[in-house]
Design a protein around this ligand. Structure first.
Ligand code: HEC
Ligand SMILES: [Cu+2]
Length: 348
């Protein structure tokens, strides 16, 4: 009888240890994997501070968990009922214990509060030094990025120079969204009629994936974006390209006739009513600004890679790709689609 209970106990203990080892191995693999969209792999000072604060509370919680569960296990094993054994002594109201378990949590909360308050000020005040400013406007279901110092208005991909402070002002044109690039910084709500602000910085070049983090309607899950961090030299070259594009479209055409037809179709097929392309008569503001669209890596708020096939599929039937989004199916003839694809990809 007793032996079988003991062996069950050993079995369960072994299982528990096995599960814990598995979890540990998983965490190890995760930590060594290539960067993912994760707050556990910080790539800049803001995200790093936030992870440090998080880990401090995690370590304290692990300590409390171990202590409480340890005491519980000791109590369960030592005072378990056995045949013929009297009920153990009942204890209530131990003053020393009461004082200890009031003071210890107060100390722990104080230990967490100090770096938390320091962190709040850190997040709120961008450090001095070289910085750029980007105004972020969230739309159902895409992101607009305006660089007021350079006259740039682009969408869904925010290019930033590494090692520089990026000051963000954030708002929304419709409902509440939330701007979140986990590897670079915590979330910030974008509210209609109000500007919030935050800052972030990327240490090394790379693509950091962003996501709307506040449910905002049918295509919320597909309201993604990318932060593309480049060396300051690459970033300056991108800005210089924009300065040219603002004067006249930079058209790199391997197939000039097709591209010219595409530019015409873009005006004939109502695209211009919702989209702007700098230096042309297309000045719509309902949809993303498509200036230098050929330099974009993604399409439809980070859903697809910006390949000719995907772009054609998007123009053919945007509703099939991203149900509910605000670009209607326009029944564009296939020849025009191919021409528009060549045109948009020549803008680079
Ligand atoms: C009624 C307004 C409207 C019209 C007309 C319209 N679009 Fe759009 N378009 C949008 C909106 C809104 C989006 C953003 C969709 C999303 O991602 O949620 C969009 C997205 C796009 C994108 C992806 C942009 C990005 O940043 O990823 C492309 C490319 C595009 N449209 C091309 C076209 C072309 C070509 C036409 C003409 C055939 C056209 N659009 C007509 C509103 C419109
Ligand atoms: Cu959303």
């Amino acid at each position: 009888m007793r032996r079988s209970r003991l062996s069950r106990c050993v079995q369960r203990g072994t299982l528990l240890v096995f599960v814990l080892l598995l979890a540990l191995a998983g965490a190890q693999v995760y930590a060594q994997s290539t960067p993912q969209q994760s707050a556990l792999q910080p790539a800049g000072p803001v995200a790093r501070m936030q992870l440090d604060l998080f880990m401090l509370t995690v370590y304290i919680a692990i300590g409390i968990f171990t202590l409480v569960v340890g005491l519980l296990l000791i109590a369960i094993v030592r005072f378990r009922s056995r045949p013929g054994r009297p009920e153990p002594k009942q204890v209530t109201g131990n003053n020393t214990l009461e004082v200890v378990w009031t003071i210890v949590p107060v100390i722990l909360v104080a230990i967490i509060a100090v770096p938390t308050v320091r962190g709040l000020f850190f997040v709120d005040t961008p450090p001095e030094g070289e910085s750029i400013t980007v105004n972020v406007t969230a739309h159902q279901w895409w992101w607009e990025f305006e660089y007021p110092d350079y006259g740039i208005v682009t969408a869904n991909e925010m290019r930033i120079p590494t090692g520089k402070v990026v000051k963000l002002n954030l708002t929304s044109s419709d409902v509440i969204h939330s701007f979140w690039v986990p590897n670079l910084a915590g979330k910030m709500d974008t509210n209609p009629g109000r500007w919030n602000s935050m800052w972030l910085q990327a240490d090394t070049p790379g693509v950091y994936y962003g996501q709307c983090a506040e449910f905002c309607g049918v295509a919320h899950a597909n309201m993604r974006f990318r932060v593309i961090a480049e060396t300051p030299e690459e970033f300056d070259a991108w800005v210089a390209r924009w300065e040219e594009a603002l004067v006249e479209p930079v058209v790199h055409a391997e197939t000039p006739d097709l591209v010219a037809r595409g530019a015409e179709a873009f005006m004939d097929r109502a695209c211009f009513a919702c989209h702007a392309i700098a230096g042309t008569d297309a000045k719509g503001v309902v949809g993303p600004n498509l200036t230098l669209f050929g330099t974009r890596t993604s399409l439809a708020a980070g859903m697809l890679d910006n390949t000719p096939e995907n772009l054609a599929a998007w123009i053919r039937d945007p509703q099939a790709i991203k149900p509910g989004n605000q670009m209607p199916r326009l029944n564009v003839p296939e020849e025009d689609i191919q021409a528009i694809v060549a045109y948009l990809h020549s803008l680079r």
